[in-house]
Design a protein. Structure first.
Length: 373
């Protein structure tokens, strides 16, 4: 340190400090530059979207291409599939994706041939199915979707990559996933899931609205069972982040227990029908967003201390018959999911969970009878 006349020369000290700081900054920039030179871009993941010319397909394709599903460093190639009558609309979706110049989108392939669509895919998002029309019997709808998903399962079995992960969105989602599992035996059953994240997101959003908090403050709601009106939105384990820590939702809504038990569940269960009445079309944007959330958390992991709802193959947890595709609370890490164990289930919840399981067993029997299984 320079000392002049017994005093510290602060000008000298500042100059030396600035030189040192400059050296550190330049060194860091050099390190970053070298790391970028060595950085190897990830291989593109092939993502199949069936029903890609429909409303949900049109909504989800740009979400995937922007990195909302797989992250901002994961390129992808989209395989878009739809039926022949929708081929022109399908081609238009492809053109719009190309015109958007998404940096992560390394290719778009559009086809009406299921075998071609499934070749080498790592992720399959099954949106295409037969929608129920006015006056149709439940068995007729189940029969048509059973045939569709049997054919799609066979194509995935033959042509998809060995590690292909499947998300079924088309309704009846749980039972369509069950059929796919039956007829694509080489795909591990843990790789076949169905979408109940939309119901989960709806439940989370409804609680946030009731509590007048950001939706990100609410976590650990659960949707048990079928993606139908028998689903059970469960707030018993949900918490809200506050300045003093996580607080149980039921403690914050202690004066609204009747609402939690009745109106809350009904509002979540009937939200899709409410949107259909208002829009004259089924939920598309929210369904696409939920599908992205589902795959994102499955691949990249759930936040520590949080779980999400996924329709997965039951292993007997919580007394649900093994083999049914049922919505459970799960945590995800490195491309795998695990059912959250040890949660308390009260008598009311038990009844609701069993009601949904019975409906799924009935759907399974009906679907299998349609296919003569």
């Amino acid at each position: 340190m320079e000392v002049v006349g017994g005093e510290v020369d602060y000008t000298f000290v500042i100059q030396k400090s600035l030189v040192l700081l400059l050296c550190v900054v330049l060194s860091w920039k050099m390190i970053v530059y070298m790391c970028n030179l060595l950085k190897i871009e990830k291989e593109p993941i092939r993502v199949l979207v069936t029903g890609a010319a429909g409303n949900i397909g049109y909504a989800i394709a740009p979400m995937i291409a922007r990195g909302m599903m797989l992250g901002q460093d994961q390129p992808m190639i989209l395989h878009l599939l739809d039926i022949e009558p929708a081929s022109k609309s399908l081609e238009a979706v492809k053109m719009e994706l190309q015109d958007s110049a998404f940096p992560l989108l390394h290719g778009v392939f559009a086809t009406t041939n299921i075998d071609e669509a499934c070749k080498g895919v790592n992720i399959a998002i099954m949106i295409g199915g037969f929608a129920r029309k006015e006056g149709m019997e439940r068995r007729d709808v189940m029969s048509k979707n059973a045939v569709i998903f049997k054919a799609q399962a066979s194509a995935l079995e033959r042509y998809a990559s060995d590690d292909c992960k499947v998300l079924v969105v088309a309704n009846p989602a749980n039972t369509n996933a069950l059929i796919l599992k039956e007829f694509a035996p080489s795909i591990p059953e843990e790789n076949i899931t169905c979408l109940t994240r939309l119901d989960h997101n709806r439940a989370q959003a409804r609680l946030a609205e009731k509590l007048s908090v950001p939706v990100s403050s609410v976590k650990n709601v659960i949707v048990w069972g079928n993606h139908s009106s028998t689903q059970y939105p469960d707030s018993n384990h949900a918490t809200v982040s506050t300045k003093t820590g996580d607080q149980p939702v039921r403690e914050l809504l202690v004066a609204d227990q009747k609402w939690l038990k009745n109106e809350f569940s009904t509002e979540v269960q009937q939200r899709g029908a409410e949107i259909l009445r208002a829009r004259r079309q089924s939920s598309a944007l929210s369904a696409a967003s939920a599908a992205c959330d589902h795959i994102h958390d499955w691949f990249l992991g759930t936040p520590k201390g949080s779980w999400v709802s996924m329709g997965v193959c039951s292993d007997g947890s919580y007394g649900i018959a093994p083999g049914l595709v049922y919505s459970f609370p799960v945590i995800c890490e490195k491309g795998s999911w695990k059912i959250v164990q040890g949660l308390s289930v009260d008598e009311f919840s038990r009844e609701k969970m069993d009601d949904s399981a019975r409906e799924l067993a009935e759907e399974k029997a009906l679907a299998y009878s349609c296919l003569n299984v």
